[in-house]
Design a protein around this ligand. Structure first.
Ligand SMILES: [Ca+2]
Ligand SMILES: [Ca+2]
Length: 293
């Protein structure tokens, strides 16, 4: 039961705030330890969903499509110029924190300290030296980080560590996928390269066998990088895209490039089929001790 966690807002919006199961599944230790993919490296042990059994605090909104277009009405078809939107989130903190014994106060103007749009671009593409600066930017300032997309470190790691042959820079395929959107799918007219999650809202959600955890790579145009559903396997998709296993660089759409992944293919529990879609949180006592799969 979702219960009173879901509130109806004016204008047809709904909001949920509270703990849910972490819907993002991945071999956390492997991927973020220099992309030590177990299959490629031959490490022992099966893949581990590093977030299994953990909860996250979630703020989820359900917004009518017509509230997201300039025209104020829902797009009529996928080529409608109002059909594509760009989405990103930010977090801000007040500039000054003053601590006293047993307490603290916050004051000053709000300062943007974090930002996310496309999954894993901030984490895997933006280099450490510019990460703080990127987190403070609006997408209009993204030109400063463009060279990280055209020549990403992760692609170099795939070659240097594992011998995977990847397309040479400049990676204009990545600029299209991550920064401008894909023509005919989710690229708006007169687009400027900037890091947003772009969604064509006129493409209906896929159902049944048409749903692929690999999104567009799996032939499912309703999935990442056309927006991002909670169950999209963005780790596997991002690795394969970095390796050039897409229609933009067909010479690299081959094994092992098109088979890269962390081995974790699904969430540990089923998602809801109703808002807020994330599964009920795990009980506190169930989260004690190591997660064993
Ligand atoms: Ca989970
Ligand atoms: Ca995966």
């Amino acid at each position: 039961m979702i219960g009173s966690g879901v509130q109806q807002l004016p204008s047809g919006m709904r909001v949920f705030a509270g703990p849910r199961d972490e819907g993002f599944y991945l071999d956390l230790g492997a991927v973020f330890d220099l992309a030590q993919l177990r299959n490629l490296t031959g490490n022992y042990g099966p893949p581990v969903d590093g977030t299994a059994g953990f909860n996250v605090h979630t703020i989820a909104f359900q917004v009518p499509v017509e509230k997201l277009t300039r025209s104020g009405s829902a797009p009529t078809n996928a080529t409608d110029p109002h059909a594509v939107i760009g989405v990103w989130s930010t977090a801000s903190r007040q500039a000054v924190t003053s601590r006293t014994p047993g307490g603290q106060t916050h004051s000053g103007s709000w300062v943007q300290v974090s930002r996310l749009g496309n999954p894993l671009v901030n984490e895997l593409v933006i280099d450490l030296a510019r990460k703080d600066a990127f987190n403070g930017l609006e997408p209009t300032g993204d030109a400063v980080a463009l060279d990280r997309v055209t020549d990403p470190e992760v692609a170099r790691l795939l070659t240097g560590l594992f011998g995977v042959s990847v397309p040479p820079p400049p990676r204009n395929d990545l600029v299209t996928i991550f920064l401008t959107g894909i023509p005919g799918l989710n690229q708006p007219a007169n687009v400027t390269a900037s890091e947003m999650l772009r969604l064509n809202m006129a493409i209906p959600p896929s159902t049944g066998a048409a749903v692929s955890r690999l999104g567009l790579l799996g032939g499912d145009t309703a999935g990442f990088p056309n927006g991002r559903r909670v169950g999209d396997d963005v780790v596997d998709i991002a690795l394969r895209v970095m390796a050039g296993a897409t229609a933009f660089t067909p010479a690299f759409d081959k094994f092992p490039n098109n088979s890269l992944g962390d081995g974790v293919d699904a969430n540990d529990v089923a998602y809801l089929n109703v808002f807020p879609y994330l599964a009920a949180p795990h009980a506190g006592l169930d989260g004690m001790g190591p997660v064993i799969k």
